[in-house]
Design a binder for this molecule. Sequence first.
Ligand code: AGP
Length: 607
Amino acid sequence: MCGIFGCILQTGEAASTIHGGLKKLEYRGYDSVGIATIYDGQLFIKKDSGKIDDVHALHNLDALPGRLGIGHTRWATHGAPYKENAHPHTDCNNQIAVVHNGIIENFAELKTELEELGHTFRSKTDTEVIAHLIEEKMKADLPFVDAVRETVKRLEGSYAIAVISAKEPDKIVCARKESPLVLGVAEDSLYVASDIPAFLPMTNKSVVVQDGELVILSDAGYEIRNILDWKRVTREPELIEWAPEMAEKQGYPYFMLKEIHEQPLSLRNTLRLQDKYLELMTTFLDRAGEVFLVACGTSYHACLAASYLFSKLSFLATHPVIASEFVEQHGKSVNIDSTLLVVSQSGETADTLDAVESARLRAATVLGLTNIVGSTLTRIARVYICQQSGPEIGVAATKTFTSQLSVLSQLALRLAKKRGKVSHVEIEDLEEKLEQIPDIVERAIQSQEEKVKQLAKKYRGKQAFFFLGRGISSAVALEGRLKLMEISYIPSIAYPAGESKHGPISLIEPGFPVVFVCPKDGTHRTIISNIMEMKARGASIIVVVEKDDEEIKKLADDYIEIDTGLPEVLSPIPFVTPLQLFAYYMALERGCDPDMPRNLAKSVTVK
Ligand code: AGP
């Protein structure tokens, strides 16, 4: 996730306005920053790695001439956060500059094609192909706008782009597919940005660009066209009435809620990861003598779910280990045949890195799954995958958790394929189902949010909760419990439901709330028995179930229903979503700030 910004001013210099706009978008990524302007038919660019303030202190981003320009603040996906990978990217002749937010899936093929035509690439990004494609089209005498249109037709994946050309220095051309793009319209200026806060200090009139549209900004105003049929689209600006701090969260009151709602998008992004890294990691897992899944907190819950996935799909036994215990528990037995699959959203968690360091000293192979390119984990892992969830600001991990689950499911499926243990038909079916998950999550949020809100009202006064599940759902129960505990400070317990009778059931008295996570899977019969034993002692039963599961719904005091039709191994992603919402609304009910829970930090860099 990156931030893009562009503007055409009737008077004044664009660079300082772009700089200000990018500052407002810094929450979308801050690995590197860059601005390009046009003056007197010439392109001017300043860019470097680092946060905006640091780059500005070094290069004075405001000192670029011209009243038209584009800018970018980067969240690295393809290519490390170095200067050469910073946007804007240009063509061979420095005539065209592009800023981009999204992922171009077919960039490798396009790059090869362009290299064969003699283009020279300066970066490792997917974005640079866009500049060269436009150059190629303009070489064939297409005007700038047509060249951009023909270029975006060739792009697969997601994008919001803004492009300028020294050959036609009076316009900015933008286009959108899946990544957000909005226009800001003022009397004497036009803006384009990833998000409204970027131009809100200048204008509160905004136009949302839709998927499949191209926009031409010029002194004459804005012109929206449908990319495919080139029909003109008329869309008047709307008035934005958000306060600036609301705008930063796209109208959501808290980042956590925004991030829960972003999950359909972040999950779609995980389905676009580059094949070669997934394949490489699968090969390492296949060859490993033993596999440890190492992480803390929410990331550990993803590992726990992954251990069921690897076992059930790929017939690979793994050891999920809480990172802070790794050295004590396995430090001496790790050796050259051991592989650690290390999961860390931040890539900076001290306990996790400590485990990695000790394993590396004993020649183990380290594979990393993280959200932050350039983090310590990406530097020390033999192979890493960036899950591409975009920045997560809320301390409670939500979208990064479901993205971790998605990547780990993909790895387990690939390994199953490689090992030939599961039939092709079954694999294809699972792959298809995995593709459906973003839509399932979207529908689950839409249909259940209000209900969950009411449940939070009903149960707000409870002193403690149980979260129970069986099989892979016990990982979901643990995560639901962690969310509730960390942001609403309600002591809670979670464990595999079969354990109740070995101790914890003694806590149950009438009205004690017990949340069961119950996908319709092989554990269905036994979880019903577990519900019955709690019910018999007067517990209030809250269940998360499949929509058509009348049998369990009848047993419950309250239910949250999800229409997934997914097999058990893929159920954790949609089943955890209502529990994230439950924790969020419970925090609000109890007057707690869900974004900044007490005593916690987003990245725990102490041991
Ligand atoms: C969960 O909501 C927390 N933010 C926490 O448990 C977190 O998952 C843990 O600290 C690990 O962080 P990491 O993924 O960045 O390594």
